[in-house]
Design a protein around this ligand. Structure first.
Ligand code: NDP
Length: 295
């Protein structure tokens, strides 16, 4: 039987609907502030979508669009201003920043209670200590999709391929929180194929097009493909298209369920950012957390 396609686009749309309902029932509208520096085309598209969905789910959006040559001090000044602004619940600084600005310095200035990307050291510490806090968006979306496909995750062998701060490490913590037995694999892992072959759940976050082959997978595994890789189109010269880190089509024959690229984990990232904005507002303002946003 071919694998079940895990439809992240549909799941994300459903989550946004739930967020809109939750927002309607809150005492006030949550506000997300977005800081965009420069003209990077991909970043501009991401920010445009984030603003669109923020407003569509009934929240307020505040935007700071800054020139490419803005100083690090000025970006930090704006972040500090947003920290101090009581009407702002979440702060998102769109990455990457231009080379003359230290991403680490800017991110660390974000108040942890407004850190809707979950990237500050405090958020990472809260996650690893199991304390309440804002969790990184893409890894959270990955857990949601795995839960949607499998139901209970407790006791499953989960292999995380990749150990980045953005995806791999927080994903490992979040699947551990779900009582999975977690293995983190990376570029120095020996017998990678063997390690992947033991996974009931595989989270692939390597950034290598179609690296994981169908015959690496355990029969019936749940495959969450985080990778987004642009590659030349084999039949259309000069054109490119997107593929994941897993060889999707042949894997439909071995996996039990699998996310496509695009349309899998990608749409979950923004939906989880909106969810974090609601959670940040609730935590900061002492409101009850909406019960339709748990997973
Ligand atoms: P990084 O480049 O920061 O990390 C890649 C990880 O993969 C590293 O830990 C690296 O190991 C490991 N790796 C690289 N090559 C191999 C290999 N041959 N064998 C085993 N492990 C390997 O990437 P990110 O975590 O930031 O992103 C991963 C992918 O996810 C990218 O395609 C990115 O575009 C995508 N992504 C998608 C998002 C979404 O919204 N869907 C959001 C964020 C990222 P080592 O540490 O040893 O070098």
């Amino acid at each position: 039987m071919p694998a079940k396609k895990i439809d992240g686009k549909a799941y994300a749309a459903g989550l946004r609907d739930r967020i809109a309902i939750a927002v309607k029932n809150l005492p006030d509208q949550p506000t997300l502030a977005v800081v965009l520096v420069g003209e990077d085309p991909a970043s501009k598209v991401y920010v445009k979508n984030k603003i669109k969905f923020t407003i569509e789910t009934g929240m307020r959006s505040v935007e700071h669009k800054l020139d490419e040559d803005v100083s690090e001090e000025e970006v930090i000044r704006i972040v500090k201003e947003l920290n101090a602004d009581d009407s702002v619940d979440g702060i998102l600084v769109q990455l990457p920043l231009p080379k003359h600005i230290s991403e680490n310095r800017v991110i660390e200035e974000i108040h942890p209670d407004k850190d809707v990307d979950g990237l500050t050291e405090t958020s990472a510490g809260r996650l690893s200590l199991g304390k309440p806090g804002l969790r990184p968006c893409t890894p959270t979306g990955s857990v949601m999709l795995a839960k949607d496909a499998l139901g209970e995750l407790s006791g499953k062998n989960c292999v995380i391929l990749g150990r980045s701060i953005l995806v791999g490490k927080p994903a490992a913590m979040l699947f551990l929180e779900q009582n999975c037995t977690v293995t983190i694999a990376h570029s120095r892992t020996q017998d990678l194929q063997g390690v992947v072959g033991g996974a009931d759940i595989l989270v692939a976050a390597v950034g290598r097009p179609q690296m994981v082959k169908a015959d690496w997978l355990k029969k019936g595994a749940c495959v969450i493909d985080v990778g987004i890789n642009r590659v030349p189109h084999p039949e259309k010269p000069g054109k490119t298209y997107l593929v994941g880190d897993v060889d999707y089509k042949p894997s439909l024959e071995t996996a039990g369920s699998i996310t496509p690229v695009p349309g899998g984990v990608g749409p979950m990232t923004i939906a989880c950012l909106l969810r974090n904005t609601v959670l940040a507002a609730c935590m900061r303002r002492g409101w009850d957390e909406p019960d339709n946003l748990s997973f």
